[in-house]
Write a protein that binds this ligand. Structure first.
Ligand code: F6R
Length: 243
């Protein structure tokens, strides 16, 4: 695990966006693992700016998002599909059919999860996986006690995660779905490179436990300590409790 600290969230976003852009330039057929959430909004804004300035070609890329809420109707503005369209997909030339998210409306969530893992395998695996960290220590939506070898599956969101994400639902925690489909920790660990982005003081305590504490299924991000090619990019407020 390498740790890079930058002064603020803008600089962190620039570094993360640059890494993705260089990955796609070096390998136009890259398979990208993508994340949502507030941290990524700046990363995608930077990536869109770089893509425009340097005419980066995403037309041969494929993407797999980490997670999607269960039960949000098609077209809901709160879905992660809608988030990705708004912040990234509609601004670059990635083909819609090459953008994958788990289907949170699938009638059979278990089959959908297995299908998603198979699709990642068939694509040749993920070259670069972008991830944020939740205040519960989750990556994807792998809440505490997610097995470190877990595959994609439906999980129940922790109350703290639903509170953390209520801002994107107009502050109404009851509107945040109770379940989600998430790539498992084991699936995330199979990506050839993982870039974990953490910004803001609210992430300081959990980031220190994930990066410097014992590896434990209570903090799924700690599993990244086992990854041979994982870069953590944090701003100074998020890095404040690192040794
Ligand atoms: C989102 C995801 C989550 C978030 C994490 C941080 O696809 O998988 O793990 O990355 O909850 O969210 P923010 O950036 O909103 O603090």
């Amino acid at each position: 695990m390498k740790i890079m600290v930058r002064a603020d969230d803008g600089q962190v976003a620039s570094v993360a966006a640059r890494l993705i852009a260089e990955q796609v330039k070096a390998r136009p057929g890259s398979v990208l693992g993508l994340a949502t959430g507030r941290t990524m909004e700046r990363v995608y804004a930077e990536l869109v700016a770089i893509a425009r300035a340097e005419a980066i070609d995403f037309s041969r890329c494929r993407s797999f998002n980490l997670d999607e809420y269960v039960g949000l109707p098609a077209g809901s503005v709160h879905s992660y599909r809608a988030y990705m369209e708004a912040h990234l997909f509609r601004h670059i030339d990635i083909r819609p059919e090459n953008t994958m998210l788990p289907d949170g409306m699938a009638a059979d969530l278990e089959s959908e999860a297995a299908r998603y893992d198979a699709a990642i395998r068939e694509a040749g695996g993920i070259d670069l996986q972008l991830a944020g960290i939740g205040e519960t220590g989750h990556i994807g939506f792998n809440e505490p006690l997610s097995p470190l070898a877990s595959r994609t599956r439906a999980i129940t969101l922790a109350p703290g995660t639903r509170r953390q994400n209520a801002g994107l639902f107009g502050g109404d925690v009851d509107a945040v779905p109770r379940r989600a489909l998430t790539m498992g920790v084991g699936v995330i660990l199979e990506a050839r490179q993982v870039v974990l982005v953490a910004t803001g003081a609210a992430k300081a305590a959990i980031l220190a436990r994930a990066v410097e504490g014992p590896v434990t299924s209570m903090i799924s991000a700690s599993a990244l300590q086992f990854h041979a090619n994982c870069l953590v990019i944090a701003d100074e407020p998020a890095a404040a409790q690192l040794q």
